[in-house]
Design a protein around this ligand. Structure first.
Ligand SMILES: [Zn+2]
Length: 662
């Protein structure tokens, strides 16, 4: 599961051009804090400045320069709050992460009050004679004020703010329960039979000499795909599906009820309806209808795949087929086994081809070729952890440094345990403000699987959306696009790794890395198609659960999940509590998880332009200028139309969904 956190929102100093010999990072230096107290002070200063800037803005006449003045406030908020939102997820010192979370709540209080500021609302309502970019900015802003409750009667308005602030605090607690749980499971080496030794050789041991394993993504996947002992997989699966625990189920229930109440303040029947009317989908009904089309397209395929796995289990355990039952913790294992049998594809075997640093260099080179940029490593930059790296992104044609990118590759205790990009500073042409983002993943130091490489490329798609934004305003930059569009630029890149011409780029950055044979890559792609039924069936379940949880009926999350998962082929396993770890739904993807599938339609359509050559620099440059550079200053449909010279349609998506079907 990949996720993206869009951040709320500086006064930028124009950057001098770098001298070739001494690379500099565009934008200000990332703040460094020696203690929680230092972060508290930074937080105080930021809030003071924001209030002062807000006072200036409140006195600003509603004229042609008002939106620019508002945008300066947003830039300032970003510069003071953006790094804090990132640090609460990545700083190695728990005291500092805690201080960052406290600071986030203070910013939340500021933002929810800002959303209800009547003076600003009136000013933006009076703006006239705007060009299309400013007109869309003003329209979006008016909607944001409306949705924050500015027009509600005083009692309801206070309640709206209370709810917003409370949901943020509850979401924070939800994530903390996952991040700081530090779950460790003890296994004998015999129990780990089948799991590559490199995955556990250096792990801590308990006093009986058993290996202690966490449930971070690389460890979890390695055990679930490879452990021959069903009991080992079962324990690991239960630990992962209990992540967050009953405390998080309670939090999610409270969040769902609060969102429903919030929507009712505006007369909406459900939170999904309230939220989706502003999105590409426009309504919960349209989102659900789309999800059902996806389900119909994959149901037969999913059934067949699960049946194949059940048969593989029967062969493996020498059982008659009728006595073989596929359990949830069997799925990844037998899928992997089938892929090895049918396609001779072993994800573990890819690690030797893809060392971590070289894989990062590979992804950067692919982007360089496609999009006309250059990544320059900037040494000696002090960041939150010694493993973290800093890069300047240059425009290849002009040589100008245009953005900064920080990269945090490896898992560690207390770190966000999925893969995400924090676009903590957005660019603006008007302010000559350079974007900055942080790419946070958790990859194995022994190297990447092909799946990991796909994840890295996906996340890079978010990073370039931030880096290559060239909008007038900060507020419309990069990943500030609609939530059901934001994944498209990342998803578009995913199949690139199955293209031998793209993968050959690896040898440009690593002469000693053994090339992946073309035949193996073709088999890996065929194997990928083989798991599509199960994959999309699962994505449908996540998205449909999220929509139902935010639907018109009051629902208790665990009962809803048990019912919905119970209706699937593998059923619900009593005692498991997947929703307790479903952070997307508890935080800012609430009623928005369908967006991962929705934006795949756009991604597949965008990809058609690269059908002849995925590294075509001319198509890449057009893509950069139309889609990436424009952020949200035009609507997504309009951006796609400009890039493809036609209206978007779902044909490519549904064609791809059928590819490789039996
Ligand atoms: Zn993503």
């Amino acid at each position: 599961m990949r996720g993206l956190r869009a951040m709320c929102v500086c006064l930028a100093v124009a950057m001098p051009l770098a001298h070739a010999a001494t690379p500099v990072l565009p934008g200000p230096q990332f703040p460094s804090f020696e203690s929680a107290a230092a972060l508290d002070t930074f937080c105080d200063q930021g809030l003071q400045r924001a209030k002062a800037r807000l006072n200036v803005l409140e006195r600003h006449p509603a004229d042609g320069r008002w939106l620019a003045a508002y945008d300066i406030l947003i830039a300032q908020l970003e510069d003071w709050a953006g790094p804090v939102y990132l640090l609460s997820n990545v700083h190695p010192d728990k005291a500092l992460r805690d201080a960052a979370e406290t600071c986030e709540l203070r910013w939340q209080d500021f933002s929810s009050s800002l959303g209800q500021n009547e003076t600003l609302f009136k000013a933006v309502s009076h703006l006239r004679e705007l060009d299309p970019i400013d007109a869309l900015f003003a329209k979006t802003l008016l909607e944001e004020f409306e949705d924050a409750g500015v027009s509600l009667p005083p009692v309801q308005r206070r309640r709206a703010k209370e709810i917003n602030d409370r949901i943020t605090a509850l979401g924070q607690e939800f994530d903390k329960n996952i991040r700081d749980a530090n779950v460790l499971l003890a296994f004998t080496t015999d129990e780990l039979r089948g799991v590559p030794e490199a995955q556990w050789r250096n792990a801590k041991r308990d006093d009986q000499g058993r290996v202690l394993l966490g449930i971070d993504a690389p460890t979890y996947t390695a055990v679930m795909q490879n452990a021959d002992e069903a009991k080992t997989r079962e324990r690991m699966w239960h630990a992962k599906t209990s992540e967050g625990g009953p405390a998080n189920l309670k939090l999610l229930g409270e969040i769902g009820a609060l969102r429903k109440e919030y929507a009712s303040l505006f007369g909406a029947a459900s939170y999904a309806d309230f939220t989706l009317r502003r999105r590409m989908a426009r309504s919960a009904r349209a989102a659900q209808a789309f999800l059902d089309d996806v389900l119909n397209a994959v149901t037969g395929r999913e059934r067949q795949e699960l049946e194949d796995m059940r048969a593989a289990k029967a062969r493996d355990l020498r059982l008659p087929l009728e006595q073989s039952t596929l359990q949830r913790w069997d799925a990844a294992y037998y899928q992997e086994k089938l892929q090895r049998e049918r396609y001779a594809v072993d994800q573990e075997a890819f690690r030797k081809h893809f060392p971590p640093q070289e894989s990062l260099a590979f992804v950067m080179r692919v982007i360089e070729k496609m999009l006309g940029v250059k990544y320059v490593r900037v040494p000696g930059v002090k960041l939150w952890h010694p493993d973290t790296q800093a890069y300047a992104v240059h425009d290849a044609r002009s040589g100008a440094p245009i953005a900064a990118l920080y990269v945090d590759l490896f898992p560690r205790e207390g770190k966000y345990n999925h893969a995400a990009v924090w676009s903590f500073r957005n660019g603006s042409l008007r302010l000559k403000r350079a974007p900055q983002a942080a790419l946070v993943v958790n990859i194995d130091r022994n190297g990447l699987t092909l799946d990991d490489l796909e994840t890295l490329l996906h996340e890079f798609g978010h990073a370039v959306h931030n880096s290559l934004s060239a909008t007038r305003h900060v507020s419309q930059a990069g990943t500030s696009v609609l939530r059901d569009f934001v994944e498209a630029p990342s998803q578009m890149l995913e199949p690139w790794i199955y293209d031998p011409r793209v993968l050959a780029v690896m040898q440009e950055v690593c002469a000693t890395c053994e090339p992946v044979p073309d035949a193996l890559l073709a088999k890996a792609e065929a194997a990928k198609h083989q798991g599509k039924g199960v994959l999309y069936g699962r994505q449908w379940l996540y998205a449909a659960f999220d929509l139902a949880l935010h639907g018109p009926e009051a629902t208790e999350p665990m009962a809803l999940w048990a019912r919905m998962e119970g209706a699937t082929t593998l059923g619900h396993v009593p005692g498991s509590m997947f929703p307790a770890g479903f952070s997307h739904v508890a935080t800012n993807y609430g009623a928005g998880y369908y967006g991962y599938l929705w934006s795949e339609v756009v991604a597949a359509d965008l990809r058609t332009a690269f059908a002849k050559d995925r590294l075509d620099p001319a198509v890449g440059l057009r893509y950069r200028r139309t889609i990436l550079a424009n952020g949200s200053q035009f609507k997504p449909d309009e951006l796609v139309r400009r890039f493809l010279s036609r209206n978007s349609n779902p044909h490519a998506f549904f064609d791809e969904l059928q590819r490789g079907a039996n």
